[in-house]
Design a protein around this ligand. Structure first.
Ligand code: MN
Length: 484
């Protein structure tokens, strides 16, 4: 499943590296006690530190450190026992300090990896280069006043984890799978809520193109993409743009570009700044951050079962396909729901119901797994009735719809509506006799070799019994009668 773009001069490969800014789940900021809740009135969550009043000093938030270590461990990454906060200097109206406190040469987390689950069931390993902690900036608001810009400092000083991948991705689909998987891991860990619409997870994509076998060419960085779909569109557009530039004899320039979702294109924002432009130096207000082995070990011992391990367990214990298992474990709540339904039941049947009818109804009604249209216990009850032959799989779909509408259990619906499957062969025989008598012409055709009509007879019998006849019994009796 390789992604190759055919140009006039031959095939081109796309090289993608992603920088994800993930907001740390924490009630207060990285270096101040101000709150971080989303959607608060502008400038209502700003301490003197966040506003950079003279003489204010940053105080590290211990929880944010723990969350970064937790994330590093979840990404199977190197935890650096000594890391250093550095000042990244630049001027911007929403950055009152005149610098961002970040980490540069010595980040808290080093190399790790993320395993991608592709749609065809295959996996890909993407390297993590580093994870560092840094402050978010404030926000400039340009639509509040006809001639003035406003600043909201609520976000100023909020803790971010910048997670940098290696340039290991080769298609927009892989980039999408990477963000989806990273988001899933962060949510399992409880270190970032992954809410892209609220800006808790923002994505910058470094994109370049090359011919097969070449080294890396110049890349352009697409800034702040806030949805997975836009990320794919932006990468695809940008790769094709660069190929056009090369094929017309030009050179791609290293720059920062913005994705315009309305036009579906990227456009130049500014020429790329280099690390030396920021005049990084260790922040003299903060000591180096030194972690203890015990501290890291304790956090490691408290990690939950993560998506990859859960997926392996689902494939091993429940004999699910890697694809099905990957879908079920993407959200922790979905995995738990499935396991409740599957407990003591046929796991494949449970999987089909959870991923099939249940998910379809949940999406149709705009519900979520935390607020399901039918509880896991009730869905399990429905599956029990299929397994013990009380109802057929077809009637089960009907029962399920009524359960969704009424909130009643499967057993109650079957009882009330008289949907119990007919397995009594006498009753089924009578229905079959009636169908055959009413379709004498088709019976003759069948007997002269038109085998395909068998399905027609089954359909008629099921119709005559309102779908309640046991299909296996119908097949058996029908075969005997038609042969006779
Ligand atoms: Mn950053």
């Amino acid at each position: 499943m390789s992604y190759v773009i055919q140009g006039e001069t031959g095939d081109w490969e796309v090289v993608i590296g992603l920088e994800v800014h993930a907001q740390v789940t924490s009630r207060s900021k990285l270096f101040s006690g101000a709150a971080t809740a989303f959607g608060a009135a502008p400038n209502s969550q700003v301490s003197l530190v966040d506003a950079a009043m003279p003489g204010m000093l940053p105080v590290i938030n211990a929880l944010c450190i723990e969350q970064a270590v937790r994330t590093g461990l979840g990404l199977k990454a190197q935890i650096n026992m000594t890391s250093v906060f550095a000042r990244k200097n630049y001027f911007y109206a929403d950055l009152p300090q005149g610098y961002q406190i970040s980490q540069y040469e010595a980040p808290i987390v080093g190399e790790g990896e993320v395993v991608l689950d592709m749609a065809d069931g295959s996996t890909r390993r993407i390297g993590i280069e580093r994870l560092h902690l840094e402050q978010d900036a404030g926000k400039s608001l340009h639509d509040q006043h006809p001639t003035k810009s406003m600043i909201d400092l609520n976000r100023s000083g909020v803790a971010l984890m910048e997670i940098v991948s290696k340039p290991d991705m080769r298609s927009p689909e892989e980039a999408a799978a990477y963000v989806a998987k990273l988001r899933s891991i962060l949510r399992y860990l409880g270190t970032c809520d992954g809410n892209m619409a609220e800006g808790s997870l923002r994505c910058d994509a470094n994109v370049s193109v090359r011919k097969a076998g070449e080294g890396l060419r110049t890349r352009a960085e697409i800034k702040n993409v806030n949805s997975i779909r836009f990320l794919q569109q932006a990468i695809d557009y940008e790769a094709r743009r660069q190929i056009d530039v090369y094929e017309e004899g030009g050179e791609v320039v290293q720059e920062t570009r913005l994705f315009d979702a309305n036009k579906g294109e990227t456009r130049s924002m500014r020429s790329k700044e280099h690390a030396h432009d920021y005049r990084y130096f260790p922040d003299p207000d903060l000591l180096p951050l030194i972690l203890g082995e015990d501290y890291v070990a304790t956090i490691k011992a408290g990690l939950p079962e993560l998506p990859d391990e859960k997926k392996d367990r689902f494939v091993g214990d429940y004999r699910l396909s890697p694809y099905d298992a990957g879908v079920l474990v993407a959200e922790q709540a979905t995995a738990e729901f499935f396991e409740t339904v599957a407990r003591g039941r046929d796991p494949k049947l449970a999987c089909n119901w959870v991923m099939g009818d249940f998910t379809a109804v949940m999406n149709r009604l705009g519900r979520s797994i935390e607020d399901p249209p039918v509880s896991a216990a009730d869905l399990g009850g429905l599956i029990d009735l299929i397994t013990d032959n009380t109802i057929s799989g077809r009637i089960a779909k009907e029962v399920f719809e009524i359960m969704v509408e009424t909130g009643k259990t499967a057993a109650a619906v079957v009882e009330e509506k008289g949907l119990k499957q007919v397995t009594d062969s006498g009753a089924i025989e009578a229905a079959i006799d009636a169908v055959l008598a009413a379709n004498a012409d088709k019976v003759a055709e069948y007997r002269s070799g038109k085998d395909k009509l068998f399905g027609f007879f089954v359909g008629q019998v099921m119709k005559a019994t309102a779908g309640k006849a046991n299909p296996a019994v119908v097949n058996e009796v029908l075969k005997g009668k038609l042969a006779g």
